[in-house]
Ligand binder design. Structure first.
Ligand code: C2E
Ligand code: MG
Ligand code: MG
Ligand code: MG
Length: 288
């Protein structure tokens, strides 16, 4: 009887796994056509100076509008795109589209584009970046590329080689989600980063946890010593921003400063005002 139960449990898990695998397979097929069917869209999230509040740039975040499922978040479709190799086409589309859009802005803000480890492994990435810059006319100094430690761990030598080629073009490199990987400190020693993006998990705890605050402080000190600016991700409250100001953080990004928005919405006059936050009423009060 116990054996039969185990059998049933195993069957249950197997069918669940099949289901998950089928689901991924279906999504991968849909994703394959997403670029040509124009289902992908770019959103931009503002990055600001902590000291002055000025806009420094925008991070580019991919969005997938699935015809039946609605909006599929990147946390769901990027891993599928990576395991199926579709990330190469998507990554190229994201880079080209973002550079094209940014080249047409009259404000000369920087854009930060996320790169997948797969793009380092399979594509002549430096050549692609070079081609896209020439094609779109975007100044290389306005492009930042974000990589995570998983890219470095996948192949250190190759990553270093490709990063040097990319930097030679005048493009800058940021280390994303810093503090959550395995070899953070060693990574800072041997890679030519222009910015450290402190993972948002530290921000979510910085108000209540002495440990989190100590780590934030330590990373800021490290950044200053290495002369690499630090950007704090995931700033959701004014209090968090205040802590960053006191601790001397360079830049911040997060819902408090602005949610990711479609390109048509980022330069509206109310660009710094989010609906979730109280706004002082500045319009004319209608006389009734
Ligand atoms: P990431 O590069 O670390 O991007 C920041 C993520 O944090 C974004 O999630 C953003 O919406 C979210 N975020 C920003 N501020 C806040 C905040 O205050 N609170 C909270 N809770 N979240 C905040 P998103 O857009 O869902 O993207 C998730 C991840 O997917 C990205 O993390 C990045 O790793 C990946 N991704 C997105 N677009 C691309 C892309 O074009 N290419 C590649 N390779 N990866 C991408
Ligand atoms: Mg990023
Ligand atoms: Mg990040
Ligand atoms: Mg992340």
């Amino acid at each position: 009887r116990a054996k039969a139960d185990i059998g049933r449990v195993v069957c249950f898990y197997e069918s669940k796994m099949d289901e998950a695998a089928r689901e991924r397979h279906t999504l991968a097929q849909d994703l394959r056509r997403a670029v040509e069917l124009d289902q992908l869209e770019l959103h931009y999230q503002v990055q600001t100076s902590v000291r002055t509040g000025e806009v420094c740039g925008y991070e580019v975040l991919a969005r997938w509008n699935h015809p039946e499922r609605g909006k599929v978040p990147p946390a769901e479709f990027i891993p599928i795109a990576e395991e199926s190799g579709i990330i190469l086409a998507i990554g190229e589309w994201v880079l080209r589209t973002a550079c094209k859009q940014a080249a047409s802005w009259d404000k000369r803000y920087k854009i930060a584009v996320n790169l997948s480890p797969v793009q380092f492994a399979h594509a002549d990435l430096a050549r692609l970046v070079h081609e896209v810059l020439l094609e779109t006319g975007l100044s290389p100094s306005r492009l930042e590329l974000e990589i995570t430690e998983s890219t470095i761990i996948a192949d250190k030598t190759r990553t270093l080689h490709v990063l040097r080629q990319i930097k030679a073009l005048g493009v800058t490199i940021a280390i994303d989600d810093f503090g959550t990987g395995y070899s953070s400190l060693d990574t800072l020693r041997s890679f030519p980063f222009d910015k450290i993006k402190l993972d948002r998990s530290f921000m979510s705890e910085v108000e209540g946890s002495i440990q989190a605050k100590a780590i934030v402080r330590a990373v800021l000190t490290l950044g200053r010593s290495l002369e690499i600016p630090v950007l704090a991700e995931g700033v959701e409250t004014n209090h968090q921003l205040e802590i960053l100001r006191v601790e001397g953080c360079d830049e911040a990004q997060g819902f408090f400063l602005g949610r990711p928005k479609p390109v048509g919405q980022i330069f509206l006059p109310e660009e710094s005002i989010d609906a979730e936050f109280p706004v002082s009423f500045s319009g004319r009060i209608p006389l009734v």
